[in-house]
Design a protein around this ligand. Sequence first.
Ligand code: HEC
Ligand code: HEC
Length: 478
Amino acid sequence: MRSPAGIVGKGTIRSLGVVAALLAALVLGASAGVERPAFLEPPDHVMPRPRGSLSGFGNPLLMAPDDLAVFSTGQETFIEVESLPQLGPLFNSRSCATCHFQPALGGSGSFINEIRIRNNTRPGPLQIFASDNILRLGPQTQGGQPFFQNGVEASPLGCQITSAGCNLSPCQLELMAQTGWSPGLPICDPTSADFASGHNCTAERQATPLFGFGLVEAISDHTFVEIAAHQPAALRGVVKQVTELGAVRVARFGWKDDVATLRGFSGDAYLNEVGISNPDFPNDRSTCALNKTLSGVLLDADDDPEDQPDAEGRADVDRFVDFMRGLDAPPTLPQSTDARAGQGLFAAIGCGGCHVASIRTSFNPAAFVPPTTGGVLLSPTLNFVLRNRTIHPYSDFLLHDMGSLGDGITSGAAGPMMMRTAPLWGVRAKSRLLHDGRAEDIAGAIQFHAGQAAASRDAFLGLTPAQQQQVLDFLGTI
Ligand code: HEC
Ligand code: HEC
């Protein structure tokens, strides 16, 4: 699959080059013949920089035909849209794909799609939607003819717990009481006096891209410990250990390093984002809609776990893993001289201390990558593809004290100011940056760095504008 995609990528670059040449010819032609009014002249010869190509994101690793077939089934499951009574009773969306799609399936989301609350006594996100609130009541009629006898699903999916004027349903009222959420809670600033005095607040989170994460899962725990040990004291990251699927493991997934394996994240996301109970998370988060009906529609059945392994030993949660594990790393782009200079600057000003350029995967990931919920082991052929590879994620996947950029949420060993180093591979494809999307571009994201990253941020701000642009050029190619 990779080589045809590579050819498409090259073709795109070539044809963009042709378009650029044509445009340049037109502009030159115009300026040679007709005198242009001053307001049409570009200021100081600054040319708009073409955005790098987004072709090739979401491609599978180069793998054996059997593994590729498993990947494809996983991909189909990833886009499946769930319905009542399995969906919910509390949920954020109806499909994994609705939040992980940019710039291709398995990517990030371009909007805030998760809310956390500092003083939540019920860990996990605040779900925006509830199954007892997604139907527009009653049969619909048109021209006297009844249709949609059982009402229709509202779009967006009912009233959002966060919308002013939402008439909260019983499930939503219960969630509000359990999480401590209320309208008007401020965004946490972990460096503020309010925060120090314990006041409640919220953090918003963006979905992260999943490209290359099978390779990240295949990094051995020991490697993360080594990375931390070799970091200069001022930058050193925290290795967070979690007990997951029967073993103590090094967490590497999520903004706060909550999860160590793709299976662990899959089960958590299926329950917390989509409201589907599954083998590893066997109970719905609430019984608020159990056996209740609305307009004749059963909202939640007594059917936990709603997702179970099939005859092949794979539940939906395993299919999601099959898809994520097979996703290749984001494609890199050829580097200009400026981008190469930017690569040197990136290392020199300390960005690479946390955004680690190269990591090697384990010699035998199958020794620690968990089997499916039905007990199927990682295939030897896929193990061969994932093993002993040098990857370039530009992250150490460790937690760092980011000062005022911290989201204010405590999650195990991850304190309120601590965040996982965001991988920078493929960062050119993101339309918003940082955990809550507060930055619209890379330069903005750098300026929000604080805490352990303050010195590196200042070093970036101390570069000449041309050097800063070289760093940005470099980040546009990785
Ligand atoms: C409503 C939006 C939403 C839906 C639906 C959703 N996710 Fe996510 N996903 C997120 C957010 C937000 C994060 C970042 C979570 C965090 O760490 O706080 C995330 C992170 C992840 C990560 C960790 C990535 C990393 O950077 O380490 C994985 C894996 C993942 N999601 C898988 C899934 C799967 C599988 C599904 C379907 C069952 C799914 N997601 C559905 C919003 C969503
Ligand atoms: C002390 C460790 C550290 C250093 C040094 C550091 N970063 Fe970061 N970086 C992080 C963390 C942690 C995040 C995630 C912050 C958050 O939660 O929003 C991040 C996020 C980013 C993002 C946003 C990525 C995304 O997907 O949203 C960019 C871009 C970035 N860093 C670039 C840089 C550059 C360029 C430098 C050097 C000037 C640098 N960083 C130095 C730790 C660091």
